[in-house]
Design a protein. Structure first.
Lengths: 464, 448
């Protein structure tokens, strides 16, 4: 259920941008076609800032004429369209024929049936955290080859490489990233209130107070969806307690009754517990689903129902359904630092080879290179974990800022904790962490009871 | 009857046939042969699954034998217990209300001119799928009065009788001379004295929401015989608070806000602020603390929390009634058409009033129909699923839980076929008495 909600972030960008972007990509492709006409030896006519040129030099791909490569991914709509553009580019460079296999969530079950049917795709884009582990355990996944490994080492921070590795062996190439540590705000509200983007948690509370004083409830919380609450907690916890503790808590090596959890909940209570800070009050928030929580922040002119909303880059999708423009009406700042550093909770789609052939490895190599990332980055709605990607490739400042924050986080990125937990604890409506944090939102004073509830259900869920 | 004769004729023509043939002249083997397809289907699709569910319910999630472990879970797990409890509420309340309302509508529509049209309207929701009805009612019960019809009505009615205040969001900001006095009121930290103007800054009212009479805030003039001061919005759009705790030109006075002077818990004087936020209290207020009574800040009434944890089950039952009252009404109306008019006329002639006629004649005659309707609805309610799947928001899903939904959750979300089977068996056991009742009643009817 939940992974469908979270990881299948369909079109991220507004339609108009998509059209524009498609045009840009199309022209970039046209250029790269000409550029790649004489494949290896094109060392530089007109240096256009788009696709092919310099990138053609960035990665060398083998000739694969006559081969076919199949790729399975859950993407649909405009995401699929852009991804097909990326694949087109691969076809042009290698001469291989690439087929896109539309998959359903959860992709592991989908692959199970494909493998059982004896026709696994060559490459699968795995959007779930545990999916790579499972694919390795089921002995489907094939390790990345030396070429792709070289690209990975060149272009990816250690943290991102490790996310795609199982037991020290590299399997996954993270192609598309999601930054889940962002605060989106209504620029008009901030202007009217004279409020500023917050760097630290204290500033954030101050900003919230200023917005509140101006007559707008500062924070929109999607309490009806438990996962937004777990994300709130994870960001505070990662920043406050640090990555080591975060990992321990994710594996349930420390208990939820730990002092660090108490501290994080108390900190969170500074926003959740302040009268008037949460739009609609706790009861209203508990009936607000994620899309509504975004929309109510960006509709209503001078008097929206809230000034800020926290969540990942997928917030731009519901925004595109309002009249607000990302970049002018809606802006974004990284989640404020509670401890020393701003947290970087991330998600992402990793390419994993399921067959050991040249075509699959070549595609992984291509996806690990900045060339492929550039194509989608220009189209928008995409953040790449690839640090070699030129920031100029992003279509607007908001996307650029999101990407910058992600790259800047370096090795301290962490995957969503509740996604790593057993589903009974971290991903079931009305149960476990979701329920406990919803009760916490209702009664933010009662930190201890929340901890106890969390620990009880965690203990039960981690056992099996 | 004619066919029985027709069937009987061959018997008469061929007397020496042994009793291997039935009255209709078919062989038993033939009968079985013809029944076989139905029996196989029935066995494969009904009996086998029932048997296997019972069997599976004694094994746990991974398939190991646990005897009655799953049944123990049914009555210890909080979520499932809520489901059992809610199911009891549903079975007790929903069919009763639906039958009762159906009866009322049926009796009333019989007497009005446009009865059929009315019946049509009541019956119409039956044509809507439960899922669509669920989505409709999700919107109806929406907590925001701008979106949910139910709350729009509640707020409309409420606001006709009690007006909301002008400054619901107003509050003292940081470093304010005011503090909370409990119950939503705010009071000055220090006692005030005549001759020294008081500042009572508040924040949180958006400029668009200011009362019409609000003007630029002004500092009050000192008056040795009076306690003077200013109550205003210490916040300018786009500028923040400017000079803290001092009225600026760009800030607005709280026109009409009530100010009370409190001495030893008693109100000694009170007044309302002018357009520029200034006010003056008589000398009696000297040495008192000034207070904004809570009535200034009364939150606008936002209606009822339909989808909250306490009201969610009644709310969903309400949507169920919307669909099924029509069904009850139509059946009962059909029964009503069969009630002999003479009886009613005779009762009226004997001097019975309408209530007595209804209570002593109509209802007893209709009793069998009412029982059919109630029992049918009971079976229907036991397996209610769609509405509860759709209407409650995630935060109150577990408060609205019922067995059928829990069955689905256990089977497909928790992937625990053991518990799910146990729930299925429990549901089956619950339906049996109702079914027996129905079967027996049918038999009695048949004998009559």
């Amino acid at each position: 259920m939940r992974s469908t909600l979270r990881t299948r972030r369909a079109p991220h960008h507004r339609r108009t941008t998509a059209k524009l972007a498609a045009a840009v990509v199309a022209s970039a492709l046209a250029l790269s076609v000409t550029a790649c006409g004489g494949d290896g030896d094109d060392d530089g006519d007109g240096g256009d800032k788009g696709g092919g040129k310099e990138s053609a030099a960035a990665v060398e791909l083998p000739k694969l004429d006559g081969q076919t490569v199949s790729v399975a991914a859950v993407w649909g709509g405009s995401e699929r369209k852009v991804f097909l553009k990326v694949l087109d580019e691969f076809e042009k460079r290698t001469g291989a024929k690439v087929t896109f296999v539309p998959a359903q969530d959860p992709i592991i079950s989908f692959l199970e049936s494909k493998v059982a049917g004896g026709q696994p795709p060559d490459v699968a884009m795995l959007p779930q955290v545990g999916a790579i582990d499972q694919a390795v355990q089921n002995k489907w996944a094939k390790p990345v080859g030396p070429e792709a490994q070289k690209q990975l080492e060149k272009n990816y921070a250690k943290g991102w490489q490790d996310l795609g590795a199982v037991d020290g062996k590299q399997y996954g190439v993270y192609f598309k990233a999601a930054n889940k540590s962002l605060v989106w705000y209504n620029t008009k509200v901030f202007e009217n209130a004279g409020a500023e983007e917050a760097k630290t948690w204290d500033d954030f509370v101050k900003t919230a107070q200023t917005v509140y004083d101006s007559g707008v409830p500062p924070v929109s919380v999607a309490g009806a969806d438990g996962w937004t609450l777990t994300d709130w907690f994870e960001n505070v916890y990662l920043s406050q307690a640090g990555p080591e503790k975060y990992d321990q808590l994710a594996k349930h090596e420390i208990k939820w009754t730990d002092a660090s959890v108490k501290e994080a909940l108390t900190t969170l209570g500074e926003i959740f517990g302040k009268k008037g800070f949460v739009a609609g009050g706790a009861n209203g928030a508990l009936q607000t689903e994620f899309p509504a929580s975004v929309k109510q922040t960006f509709t209503g002119g001078d008097q929206p129902k809230a000034g800020m909303v926290f969540e990942g880059d997928m917030v731009s999708l519901p925004i595109s359904e309002t009249k607000a423009e990302v970049g002018t009406d809606a802006k974004v700042f990284p989640f404020p630092a509670v401890g020393d550093e701003s947290p970087a909770v991330v998600g992402g789609d990793a390419a994993v080879a399921l067959k050991d052939n040249k075509g699959a490895q070549a595609l992984l190599t291509f996806l690990a290179s900045p060339d492929s990332a550039e194509i989608w980055a220009e189209a928008g709605g995409f953040v790449s974990p690839n640090k070699s990607l030129d920031m100029a490739a992003y279509p607007n400042d908001v996307q650029r800022d999101i990407a910058k924050a992600l790259i800047a986080a370096g090795d301290d990125i962490r995957f969503d904790m509740s996604d790593q937990a057993p589903q009974a604890f971290g991903g079931t409506p009305g149960k476990g962490e979701w329920k406990a944090l919803q009760d916490f939102l209702k009664n933010p004073k009662d930190v201890e009871a929340t901890q106890k509830a969390l620990e009880t259900s965690a203990a039960a869920a981690y056992k099996d | 009857m004619a066919s029985a004769n027709a069937g009987g004729t061959p018997d008469a023509v061929l007397p020496p046939v042994p009793n291997r043939k039935s009255v209709t002249g078919t062989r038993k083997g033939m009968a079985v042969l013809f029944l076989l397809p139905a029996l196989v289907l029935l066995g494969a699709l009904v009996l086998y699954p029932i048997g296997y569910s019972v069997f599976r319910s004694f094994f746990d999630k991974s398939g190991d034998f646990t005897a009655f472990g799953n049944y123990k879970t049914l009555f210890t797990d909080d979520t499932i217990l809520t489901a059992v409890k809610n199911n009891a509420i549903w079975v007790a309340v929903a069919p009763t209300l639906a039958t009762g309302l159906g009866l009322i509508f049926a009796v009333l529509t019989e007497r009005i001119r446009w009865g059929t049209a009315f019946k049509l309207v009541i019956f119409m929701p039956m044509a809507i799928s439960m899922l669509a009805a669920g989505i409709i009612f999700r919107l109806v019960y929406e907590s925001d009065p701008d979106r949910g019809v139910a709350n729009a009505v509640m707020v409309g009615v409420h606001d006709t009788f009690a007006e909301s205040s002008a400054f619901p969001q107003a509050h003292p900001s940081t470093e304010s001379p005011l503090k909370s006095a409990g119950g939503g009121a705010f009071i000055t930290r220090e006692p005030v004295s005549a001759g020294t103007p008081v500042v009572l800054p508040l924040t949180g009212v958006a400029p668009d929401n200011m009362p019409d009479g609000a003007e630029s805030a002004a500092a009050a003039k000192p008056d040795p015989d009076k306690v003077t001061g200013t109550a205003w919005q210490d916040f300018t759009r786009g500028e923040g608070r400017g000079k803290m705790n001092a009225p600026d030109k760009t800030e607005f006075g709280y026109a009409g806000i009530k100010v009370e002077a409190v001495k030893d818990g008693k109100v000694v004087a009170s007044t309302e602020a002018a357009g520029d936020g200034t006010f003056a209290l008589p000398e009696a207020a000297d040495g008192a603390q000034l207070r904004f009574p809570a009535s200034n800040f009364r939150e606008p009434y936002n209606g009822v929390d339909w989808l909250g944890p306490t009201l969610i089950t009644p709310a969903v039952i309400g949507s169920y009634l919307w669909i099924w009252v029509g069904f009850a009404m139509v059946l009962i109306a059909a029964g009503l058409a069969g009630v002999p008019r003479e009886l009613l006329e005779a009762a009226r002639v004997d001097g019975a009033n309408e209530w007595q006629v209804f209570r002593r004649i109509t209802v007893p005659i209709l009793a069998p129909v009412l029982a059919v309707v109630a029992v049918t609805l009971m079976i229907n309610v036991l397996k209610i699923f769609d509405l509860i799947f759709i209407i409650p928001p995630n935060s109150s899903k577990d408060d609205a839980n019922v067995l059928a939904l829990q069955l689905y959750n256990s089977a497909f979300l928790d992937k625990d076929a053991g518990v799910a089977s146990a729930i299925a068996v429990l549901l089956f056991l619950l339906v049996i008495p109702v079914m027996l009742f129905n079967v027996r009643r049918l038999r009695r009817e048949g004998r009559r």
